[in-house]
Design a protein around this ligand. Sequence first.
Ligand SMILES: *[C@@H]1O[C@H](CO)[C@@H](O)[C@H](O)[C@H]1NC(C)=O
Ligand SMILES: *[C@@H]1O[C@H](CO)[C@@H](O)[C@H](O)[C@H]1NC(C)=O
Ligand SMILES: *[C@@H]1O[C@H](CO)[C@@H](O)[C@H](O)[C@H]1NC(C)=O
Ligand SMILES: *[C@@H]1O[C@H](CO)[C@@H](O)[C@H](O)[C@H]1NC(C)=O
Ligand SMILES: *[C@@H]1O[C@H](CO)[C@@H](O)[C@H](O)[C@H]1NC(C)=O
Ligand SMILES: [Cu+2]
Length: 412
Amino acid sequence: MVALHALTAAFLISQVCASAIPQQDVTVSTTSSVVLPSVAARSVEAAAAQLEQLSSWAYNTSTDRLSEAKDKRHGCTLSKLRIRRDWRAFSAAEKKDYIKAVRCLQELPARTPAHLAAGAKTRYDDFLATHINQTLNIHYTGTFLAWHRYFIHQFEEALREECGYRGNIPYWDWPSDAHSLEKSEVFDGSETSMSGNGKYIPNQPDIVLTMEGAADIYLPTGTGGGCVTSGPFKDYTVNLGPAALMMPGGNQTAMSNPLDYNPRCLKRDLTTELIQRFANHTSVMSLILGNNKIRDFQLVMQGVPGTGDIGVHGGGHYAMGGDPGRDVWVSPGDPAFWHHHGMIDRVWWLWQNLDRKNRQDAIAGTDTFLNNPPSPNTTLDTMVDLGYAKGKPMKMRDLMSTTAGPFCYVYL
Ligand SMILES: *[C@@H]1O[C@H](CO)[C@@H](O)[C@H](O)[C@H]1NC(C)=O
Ligand SMILES: *[C@@H]1O[C@H](CO)[C@@H](O)[C@H](O)[C@H]1NC(C)=O
Ligand SMILES: *[C@@H]1O[C@H](CO)[C@@H](O)[C@H](O)[C@H]1NC(C)=O
Ligand SMILES: *[C@@H]1O[C@H](CO)[C@@H](O)[C@H](O)[C@H]1NC(C)=O
Ligand SMILES: *[C@@H]1O[C@H](CO)[C@@H](O)[C@H](O)[C@H]1NC(C)=O
Ligand SMILES: [Cu+2]
């Protein structure tokens, strides 16, 4: 296995040009007369309206293309098209079906051989083990977006094929929760949430993300910190990790082998401020409209090292807080991971739709975390392999479109 402890984020900064990324306008050619925004609105309300418009436009163009048979490769047709929706748009019964299926995966036996990951006990853990095993090859790489697109798709397939789920995976619309994560339908602790906050631990010092050659990033702690106390995942155990868990006060915790068995409660530390700071409506719109090149788009989304910004991707993860929310490697161990990455995938989809010709197959980066150690450029022929989680190894080329098969979904 790769050197797990290499990820202190300390060695990373030297690899990246941390200079400001120019904000450019997007020119959009559309058959309809709709005028799309080209610059993110500074007010949160106006940016929210922009996101709504863009979302509606992307949905319309995607479905129009399908009805015109432009995307019918591998048999994706309008009648087969799946529609992924905001968790808020799920009915209570739909939410319960999804939660039931996730819990089912957490009870089915693992397929990962014990000698490869002794801690993988359940089918859910198979996904977690794959993510831990490949962390340094799927973040800050050319594969980041497509790998996670395939990963959540296969998770959805597992829910459907192995647990009888009939719906689609949801997304968590972070910016709409920027006023209060405690009241978010994803995290409110009710029977229809992904469980709520951790038990409150007072006086927790900040989280500190350290990077050599760059100022430390201080992230506030939240309103929880301990074990999750309510909702469907109250008694769920996280079996693997930690690998690089950021602790209040600046320490990191890790197992010598994070694939070993280490059962413990799910901890959360809901931190609304991190959504306000890094994943508000303006952040989302400026990410989408201000970055024409895939290199910039994916880097800004994950946080440009050295700028103090952790991006919408980091914002969502650290806002859940706790264990494994603050551990990049083990983050799929939090059952809200899939909601978060649904939104990540949606934002990429929105960005791609603005200029399909140039963005559909755009890839930048290499196969290693910030190209450390140096590795080949990622290309459309690079293989993505989810190990014992689910699905065959796939070429990047087949993971770039959500509607050209094998995928057949859009976001609403
Ligand atoms: C998308 O289509 C619907 C229904 O035809 C229409 O009401 C809406 O305005 C369209 N959205 C955009 C942004 O064009
Ligand atoms: C981890 O990755 C290696 C190299 O690709 C692979 O041989 C091994 O089976 C993987 N282990 C798990 C648990 O997926
Ligand atoms: C961090 O770890 C050191 C060494 O184990 C320990 O002395 C210190 O108390 C820890 N700090 C916090 C805030 O937990
Ligand atoms: C929204 O997020 C951006 C960073 O993405 C930040 O600069 C800005 O201050 C945030 N806005 C508010 C109102 O917090
Ligand atoms: C890899 O990508 C970089 C940046 O686009 C480019 O300069 C370089 O020539 C590429 N290397 C190879 C071997 O294609
Ligand atoms: Cu990941």
